[in-house]
Design a protein around this ligand. Structure first.
Ligand code: ADP
Length: 474
């Protein structure tokens, strides 16, 4: 049994902008089944405070990065939470990282430094009589934890998980003092990165063990093409870098007991959900596959490739239903396409319930990402018998079995992969998908294989459990 303090900027179901929240929200339950005890430290955003109905104050700071702060404990949705209540940093409208106009909060470095500082404080002093044996930080928002552990003279080991190397949390060196960082460690062995302060690098250099969310991404990160400038750091730390693929919370995502859908046990049950989904998106029944996509709309996610390749799907009678938000230019391009093309329907926004209905009602789920550390929507797709059509990269490479002639002959295929990651290869993949779709026996076999593939946390939770046990002190 290991006591772990998990530190993150989001946690489902309380606050979520992407896959990080799902992982942080689901892993504690899977670890509890193995005897580990996890408390999750998250910022006290207004929505988090509102959902924590009954809280207990287990710590306080007279001043934390410019104002008073409290540490609250609460139990929400089965999670043991420590909530960092710092009104001057977190009690504001907008998202976890951006204001209502979509701009990053200018004090993001201080906001998440405060979270990291509080984590180090709990590691040393405990909270409500509980002390962790491991601090497990997620992404750059927890990157300064080892720096503050060092400042506070605390030897509790730090595990760092990279969910996406694209976000570095870099700021100007002039903020060394306001961030309470040790000036003597502003060098390339710690948190200096090309003359700037980098929270991500601090985490990578200070962690006892680093992991990322798939084995392929762990290899990709060490290359110039995928490392986003951190590849040198990761090559230097490669002995301590592993890949542990994400699972999904099968209590929340699964076709047999999903309150947002018409439940089903076999792929045949998808028909009623498809009918409802077509209606919801204003699409007409057609001869080709209904492809769905649920995503942040960014360059990473390959939406521009999708737009270029889409004719190959539409000319075979296929359709697209898309839910997402993000880059305004992509939002406009998608809405314009939907306005002129009756086989394409687009909803801009964030809608958890609708995303469930899309998994149940779609024939195929698209993930054409340029890079994808793990990816979760293809895992949901597998579970709902919604065939993933994905780029061959990162976790998409590790979780989908491409319908190659060999895999089809052996009867093990679960989806379609394309490579290289460009519009041409995606168009070819659409053609293959449509070929499969019009062969009902083959399609049913793909769906059956997909639904049988284990996508829960069981195996990966064992890997985290072993990682913690190896490092745990006290
Ligand atoms: P990333 O973390 O890069 O955004 P992932 O595939 O790992 O990508 O996780 C994305 C998560 O966010 C999934 O749970 C997905 O269903 C959800 N999601 C993304 N966009 C939306 C949206 N517009 N509405 C509802 N859920 C969304």
């Amino acid at each position: 049994m290991t006591r772990i303090l998990s530190v993150a900027s989001e946690c489902a179901p309380l606050v979520k902008t992407g896959g990080l929240a799902d992982v942080v929200g689901a892993l504690p339950g899977a670890l509890a089944a193995l005897g580990d005890e996890v408390k999750t430290l998250i910022p006290g955003y207004p929505s988090v405070i509102a959902q924590a109905k009954s809280t207990k104050t287990v710590g306080s700071f007279e001043t934390l990065f410019g104002g008073p702060a409290k540490l609250l404990s609460a139990k929400v949705a089965g999670l043991d939470l420590l909530i960092l209540d710092v009104p001057h940093l977190f009690d504001r409208p907008g998202g976890p990282y951006i204001d209502a106009n979509g701009r990053d909060w200018v004090d993001n470095a201080e906001r998440f430094a405060a979270l990291s500082y509080a984590a180090a404080h709990v590691a040393r002093e405990g909270a409500g009589g509980w002390t962790p044996q491991i601090v497990h930080g997620h992404d750059w928002q927890a990157g300064f934890v080892p720096e503050y552990l060092h400042t506070l003279g605390c030897a509790v080991p730090f595990v760092f998980t990279v969910h996406n190397i694209a976000f570095h949390g870099n700021v100007d060196a002039a903020r060394l003092s306001t961030l309470r960082l040790d000036h003597t460690r502003f060098n390339s062995d710690h948190f200096e990165f090309w003359g700037q302060i980098s929270a991500l690098k601090a985490g990578l250099m200070g962690a006892a063990k680093i992991n990322t969310v798939s084995q392929t991404y762990a290899e990709e990160l060490k290359t110039e093409a995928f490392g986003m400038g951190m590849d040198g750091v990761l090559r230097a730390r490669s002995v301590d870098l592993t890949g542990i693929v994400n699972g999904i919370d099968t209590a929340v995502w699964g076709p047999t007991a999903d309150p947002a859908i018409k439940p089903y046990k076999t792929p045949r049950g998808k028909a009623a959900n498809k009918k409802a989904l077509l209606k919801e998106f204003g699409l007409k029944p057609s001869d080709g596959p209904l492809c769905v996509l649920v995503s942040r709309l960014t360059h990473q996610k390959g939406i521009d490739l999708l737009l270029d390749a889409l004719p190959a799907l539409l000319e075979r009678g296929g359709q697209l239903a898309l839910l997402g938000s993000g880059d305004p230019a992509l939002e406009v391009a998608l809405l314009e396409l939907a306005a002129s093309e009756p086989r394409v329907a687009v909803k801009i926004g964030y809608n958890e319930d609708l995303s469930h209905r899309m998994m149940a009602g779609g024939d195929a789920i698209l993930v054409p990402s340029r890079f994808e550390p793990c990816g979760l929507t293809q895992l949901y797709g597998l579970r709902y018998g919604t065939i993933p059509l994905v780029a061959l990269t990162g976790g998409l490479a590790d979780t989908v079995i491409n319908a190659s002639p060999a895999a089809l002959a052996r009867g093990v295929a679960t989806g379609v992969q394309f490579f290289p990651i460009d519009a041409n290869a995606l168009a070819n993949a659409f053609a293959r998908l449509c070929d499969f779709y019009v062969q009902p026996k083959l399609w049913a076999k793909l769906q059956g294989n997909a639904m049988k593939q284990p996508v829960g946390w069981e195996t990966s939770a064992q890997a985290y459990h072993a990682l913690y046990a190896d490092l745990a002190t006290g």
